[in-house]
Design a protein around this ligand. Sequence first.
Ligand SMILES: *Cc1c(COP(=O)(O)O)cnc(C)c1O
Length: 334
Amino acid sequence: MQTPLDQQPRAALGFFPTPLTELARLSRYMGGPRILMKRDDQTGLALGGNKTRKLEYLVGAALAEGCDSLITGGAAQSNHCRQTAAAAAASGLACHLVLGGAAPEMPDGNLLLDQLLGAQIHWSGDLRKGERIPEIAEQLRAAGRKPYIVPYGGSNAVGALGYANAATELKQQLDEQNIQIDRMLFASSSGGTQAGLIVGAHQSALNCEVVGIAIDKDEASDGPYPEHLCQLANETAALLGIDQRFDPSAVFLQDQFTGEGYGVVGDLERRAVKLLATQEGVLLDPVYTGRAMGGLLQLIDQGIFAKDETLLFWHTGGAPALFPYASSLITTGH
Ligand SMILES: *Cc1c(COP(=O)(O)O)cnc(C)c1O
């Protein structure tokens, strides 16, 4: 049966379903609860990550509109920008990235990959959230190009469809293995992942709490983050023709783990990166999954979860950023 989701234009960019695995050694080390991991670091597009799911729908829309280039923005080590550069290359589109900071002498991590993938980079100093995208888009139009604007983090209703779909994919895997999860947890930053999961978990009756772990401190410019998530979930539902409207009671957000701010690695992140590597052979990233897993471990320490609960952690990717963060991951004296 065709669902409204099946009718949305979609470019095939990744390998799905991603694996669903059990973190038995980590769970034993922590003394419970049961922890599963959904491996969206293995989406397959140029080292993978969660943006691949959003980009399947965003690039689908770009191609349907006859656009010839993608333009997006983010931090210099943005996983989103790297996956957008790969999506553009795989779809025969040009790619323009508006990145915070200034050109380093030698690119590393995601930035190195952006360049290998053929993206054209526009450095924009203090602005790391794609603030200059409209300006660059206007220049491209003036030059006769047809750019498609991929929003910051790929997080609009079209991008969030990727995670509405991911929830359905997960539901099928859980049903096949006869598993019921109590909560899913993941890093939440620009909101498309959380908004899509809220809609998808509702639609596929996952019956679990959808818990974002905030990565950024709430920045007043675009309003409180929970309200933004609620609005994005409702726009996504509307795009799918779903009657359900979500209110702030559907938004679960743990916002006490933002530490010294975006991209600043502390003990919380170091512990998580090290523990997952040594207990499970799983590589997290310093900025998103390291912080989110660090938060999850701290919540377990605090006894927030019952020992017989089943948790699911979405590994949203990001490992290419391990390399440029080497000096904050390996501390002297340890
Ligand atoms: C972008 C990103 C996130 C956050 O997802 P949002 O949809 O922006 O909230 C989490 N983890 C990684 C590795 C990311 O690159």
